[in-house]
Design a protein around this ligand. Sequence first.
Ligand code: ADP
Ligand code: MG
Ligand code: ZN
Length: 757
Amino acid sequence: MNKYEALKKYFGYDTFREGQEKLIDAILEGRDALGIMPTGAGKSLCYQIPALLLPGITLVISPLISLMKDQVQSLNQAGIHAAYINSSLTENQITKALKLAAEGRYKIIYVAPERLETYEFLHFATQVEISMLTVDEAHCISQWGQDFRPSYLKIVRFLKQLKTRPIVSAFTATATENVREDISCVLGLKQPEILVTGFDRKNLSFAVEIPKNKAGYVLDYLKEHTEESGIIYCSTRKNVDTLYEKIEAAGIAVTKYHAGLSNEERRQNQEDFVFDKMPVMVATNAFGMGIDKSNVRYVIHYNMPQNLENYYQEAGRAGRDGEASECILLYSAQDVMIAQFLLESKEENPELTEEELEDIRERDAERLRSMNYYCLTTNCLRRYILNYFGEQGAECCENCSNCRKEFVTADMTSEAETIISCVKELRGRYGVNVIAGTLAGDNRAKLREYGVSSYKSFGSLKDLGEQKIKRLINQMLVDGFLVSTRDKYALLKLTDKADEVLQGTQKIVLKEPKEEPKHSVSQISSAGKRKSDILNSKGLEFFEQLRTLRTEIARQEGMPPYIIFSDKTLVDMCIRLPLTKEEMLAVSGVGENKFVKYGERFLEEIRRLTGGTKEKFYFGTLEEVEQLRGGTGKQKRKDWQKIEKTDFFVTGEQAGKFPYEEKYLAPELAERLNELREGEQVKKTSGAEIFRRIQELGLAGERYENGRRQKYVTEAGKEEGLWLGSRTSKAGTEYQDIYYDKKAQRMVVEWFVRGTQ
Ligand code: ADP
Ligand code: MG
Ligand code: ZN
């Protein structure tokens, strides 16, 4: 068996995802490997497939019992012998499992790090052939990570006690440089294949909202999304309890999870959520690590988390199946204080020196600050996240709340100067509220107490109003003209960059939303699609029938439904309408073992519902159905995403007015095109869309090199008039981007020409 056969036979997939193959190949060559990929990217497969092909046993170190259980269940479903050994088993069960393992019963064994140093386990490990040791959630080994677990250090000691050193592979979703280096050093990886894949999760949309009434916002949202499953994260137990009660009172099926509940309650509630009995989960960040539920359609953060690592991991639990999903953060200034308070009351590792602790506190404060700026920025949210993780992102993703808003920009350099003078005059002794109040000339008691009315700055930005002054201050913080101190007083100070403003070499522009966003998040077209975008209304009914069958099987087997088949697999069935075994095996996510277990029941149901013919039935758009049914099963996902129509168009007359130039970058081209369109009735196009299309035409592409997104032009692309040239970003870094000459510009314009009806 080779890796492709294993992929198809056990997992039912035809193609590897980005990065998977490279890591698998390295491991199969006997090399160590470090895979850094975002949540949902498919890290498990990178070690599970080699584990099947290597001669001996693979040990997987995993931090959480629930995580192990879920993985082992999935593997067993796929027909792979796997087991876990952790404290949820009795001593007897452990002895028995180790005995079976020693007899060669399991290819993959999951263990908790605490287990590694027990005599019984060590004895076992030295008696058998261990081909690979895999460390999942490997960032837990780093003291600089946001999730350090001292027990992970046991892995190093364990490795030293083995007679022969197995291949060591490690996986994490945390991308920061420090953590990456730590993993490699602490585990002693030997010339590992290090692979960082794109952190962009294209099927997720991002939004930051600042609602006056958060609970009201959540209730409205839930009422609009009754058919879907989602998680709402709160930062404290108390918030979880209060919100949970409000949602329950509104008659919505909801459950909750936090460390204050009993083990039994937590287990039960988690199960209710995973089994889709309770579609909505309100939880603290204690929930989710072990949850691979693939059909989570939204993750709402009721409070801002402490850092972007946590945020992206938690938000990333949405849309693991690749369908469009929403990540919404509900921000309020108070969240920053809660986060600060939680950091201050964080338990500190007693094994560390005061210096090291101080270092950790600094990093935590820095992380919190970046998180806060995420909530304040008016630029693309996706780009902000990607930059944070060391990747370049497109200027504008068109699928986040900032890219969807229309902004008006205004030059505020002179107002910024006034703010800077005020901070100077008040000698950096106050925070945002006092500074803004002073500039606005407010007369509240607190300000009188400080005696600010005697300052020259008092009331000097009266016309602007306090709220707008605050927004400008925030913008200046984000742009690095001001900093706030890291203590709870958050005093405003000037940076060196502020001088440049006074010297007139820096401009400050304030970008503010023009009006309400044009579309609500759910209406937006995006790279990933919802089943309701793919299936027509008959298709959705058909989907429900298959889902009912899935639920029935799940109940009988005591399994979560998504472990039987994912939503995506069911959608694929609705489109293809497989009537034979061969056709069923072509469905994405149907492997041989799953076919043996459930294939016939689904075939039977599909035959019954269609009367055994598929020609008359179209449960998706016609084009998609033809593409997928006509195809051999080799294409699939890719094709699926390609078929996308644009709402943007220009008339022939408008196209005639296009201002051709020697060269354009895609965003410039998009902008010129947007200027031609019919006001607000037509959706805008974007640089990203143009780039996507030239990618689809095979004229250009992008790949990851050293964790950076790198564009390239193909031979065919060069013929069409594309070339790669360097350009400098706003931040002053130089990178490669694609230019379009006149010929290429003409091609792009023509794509969008449509006759008027
Ligand atoms: P991670 O550990 O990186 O967060 P998982 O390993 O849990 O992600 O995988 C997420 C989902 O992606 C799973 O449902 C898995 O079956 C699916 N998946 C993984 N690899 C592929 C692939 N090559 N094709 C299709 N789906 C895949
Ligand atoms: Mg994982
Ligand atoms: Zn964006």
